[in-house]
Write a protein that binds this ligand. Structure first.
Ligand SMILES: [Zn+2]
Ligand SMILES: [Zn+2]
Length: 252
């Protein structure tokens, strides 16, 4: 059965909310996907225990508290809030929705149990809810043609070496790279900074290079300047140069 779309005024205020938070949402998704790419296979979630785990190779292990923000079904494009999902224990969403600040239009949206929503808006709305409840983002756990958007606050351990951060551009852990510079909700490693400054040093890219407004901005400054796109996000020449300066002064 097809879901009803949102009433037009509510849909317009949702679009406005997502637009005004676009950079925070983009940073969160880049940072989450750099750690847990959408094709991650070796993962498990137990919503009754509110626990998520994933492993990469033999030595990288991700553990996180997990809360179900919502499920989104590709069949009819329907969004269903996690705490209205009859097949999920209440505890699997209670922590998140207990902490979620509700101002309009979120309050109005929360009053509607399920509604039709396009996939990009669903991913952005889930991310925004996770961020507002204090998680790093919402990971789209695949379930057939559907996604379960899981709010996560991951801890990453590498072997027995304890916990670590990771690069938002390439996904490598702090222990696999020379240095990691922290930005606003994102990090970048020395190798990624070098890659961007190398490209910058070879002169500006041709005029048809992807610096258009419709492409994602630099994750660090949020500007649509000349930038290099990594697998998970972009970094502009100016931010790469600034990071290189920071790394040089740390070494010095
Ligand atoms: Zn990197
Ligand atoms: Zn920048």
């Amino acid at each position: 059965m097809a879901q009803s779309p949102l009433p037009a005024p509510l849909r317009a205020s949702l679009d406005e909310l997502l637009r005004t938070n676009a950079l925070a949402i983009q940073r969160s998704r880049a940072h989450t996907h750099a750690l847990l790419p959408p094709d991650t296979r070796d993962w498990n979630v137990d919503l009754e225990a509110t626990q998520f785990t994933a492993s990469f190779g033999e030595h990288i292990r991700v553990t996180s508290p997990a809360q179900l923000v919502a499920t989104w079904s590709g069949g009819d494009g329907s969004w269903l809030w996690g705490d209205h999902n009859p097949s999920v224990a209440k505890v699997g969403s209670a922590g998140l929705f207990g902490k979620l600040e509700l101002s309009d239009p979120l309050r109005e949206l929360r009053a509607i149990r399920t509604f039709a929503l396009d996939e990009p808006s669903a991913a952005s709305l889930a991310t925004l809810c996770a961020l507002r409840a204090g998680y790093i983002g919402a990971w789209p756990a695949p379930k057939g043609t559907a996604f379960a958007f899981l709010a996560l606050q991951p801890t990453v351990s590498v072997g027995s070496a304890g916990t670590t951060m990771w690069c938002t551009m390439c996904g490598k852990s702090q222990r696999e790279v020379k240095a990691l510079i922290s930005g606003p909700g994102v990090n970048v490693c020395a190798a990624c900074v070098e890659l961007v400054t190398d490209i910058a040093g070879k002169g500006p890219p041709p005029s048809d290079a992807p610096d258009a407004e419709y492409m994602d901005p630099c994750l660090f400054c949020g500007e649509h300047r000349k930038r290099v796109f990594g697998p998970f996000g972009a970094m502009c020449f100016a931010c790469a140069n600034a990071c290189q300066g920071t790394m040089a002064s740390q070494r010095g």
